[in-house]
Design a protein around this ligand. Structure first.
Ligand SMILES: [Zn+2]
Length: 299
């Protein structure tokens, strides 16, 4: 009987995480377009050359308030009903097309929704610490919120090679909260502080040096700021090291075959943010297990 109840509780938690993940994924997808629209308006005001077609298409988003956001089809301008805006369900039900003009909506929205839902479920399934104290639950919730912001940054950097400050700065704030909560609850606060400092230096300091040496050619300053946020989120120098290693490994696995197949050249721009983000997620979820494995194998 007791086991049955625990099972029901777990199923309930997963159902909630999936629904919340789909909703926040939908929010993340909409935010990407809204941020892009704002960026284009700002670029135009600065006198930079912008894609006129894209500008015209996304302009309505700059006027929409948060409440009415994404309430019209970007192609035909038809106002969308609530049943057109259900995460994933509407997209599947409509075969990925607008109900009114039948224009393809594309894969971006459902991918963001499934991606964030998957992130929520995987994080809960594999989270390395027991969620038994308020602090542990607090840190886990901060991690889920970070995941939503990271999804926005991931997509934005992949599409337009930029990491918007309006997302990176709140992420630095959340990272700061994680760091503070770790120091407060640490058995050895000074050691924890050093570990956090190391984490920041590994994920941000190195990029800062590369950014300075190359005068922004290899690494943009956006990556440096993202590194700061990720270093604080992990708040552990060993995890930061794993994140950096994983990011570079994934980067090489994509860049080298890309160059071999002539899809990428030496001058191609490769956004580094997505690699760092994946590396950090890998480190946060599997890092403690990898560290344990390393010490078990080496002693
Ligand atoms: Zn339409």
């Amino acid at each position: 009987m007791y086991g049955m109840m625990v099972l029901m509780d777990e199923i309930f938690v997963y159902a909630v995480l999936i629904v919340l993940g789909l909703m926040f994924g939908s929010f993340a997808g909409a935010s990407v377009w809204r941020l892009r629209a704002r960026q284009l308006v700002a670029d135009k005001a600065d006198g930079e050359t912008i894609d006129k077609k894209e500008y015209k298409k996304l302009l309505p988003l700059t006027k929409a308030s948060v409440r009415t956001d994404r309430s019209q089809c970007l192609h035909c301008g038809h106002v969308l009903a609530w049943y057109d805006l259900l995460p994933l369900a509407s997209w599947v039900g409509l075969g990925g097309k607008c109900r009114y003009c039948r224009t393809k909506i594309g894969w971006f929205e459902p991918l963001m929704e499934v991606g964030v839902a998957g992130f929520f479920v995987l994080s809960y399934l594999l989270w390395p610490t027991d969620l038994l104290t308020m602090t542990a639950i607090f840190q886990f919730i901060l991690w889920l919120i970070s995941g939503v912001l990271l999804a926005i940054l991931f997509a934005y950097d992949l599409k337009w090679f930029l990491l918007p400050d309006v997302i990176v700065f709140p992420l630095v704030g959340i990272g700061g909260l994680v760091a503070i909560s770790k120091v407060i609850t640490a058995q050895h606060p000074v050691e924890t502080l050093f570990s956090i400092a190391g984490s920041v230096v590994i994920l941000s300091g190195m990029y800062y040096v590369l950014h300075k040496i190359s005068k922004g050619q290899w690494i943009g300053f956006g990556d440096v700021k993202l590194g700061l946020a990720l270093g604080l989120l992990l708040s552990d120098w060993q995890l930061a090291f794993i994140a950096l290693f994983a990011a570079n490994l994934i980067g090489c696995l994509i860049v080298i075959p890309g160059m071999a197949m002539h899809k990428l050249t030496r001058t191609s721009r490769v956004p580094f943010g997505p690699f760092l983000i994946i590396g950090t997620v890998v480190a946060a979820i599997w890092g403690p297990m990898l560290i344990n494995l390393y010490f078990t194998l080496s002693f």
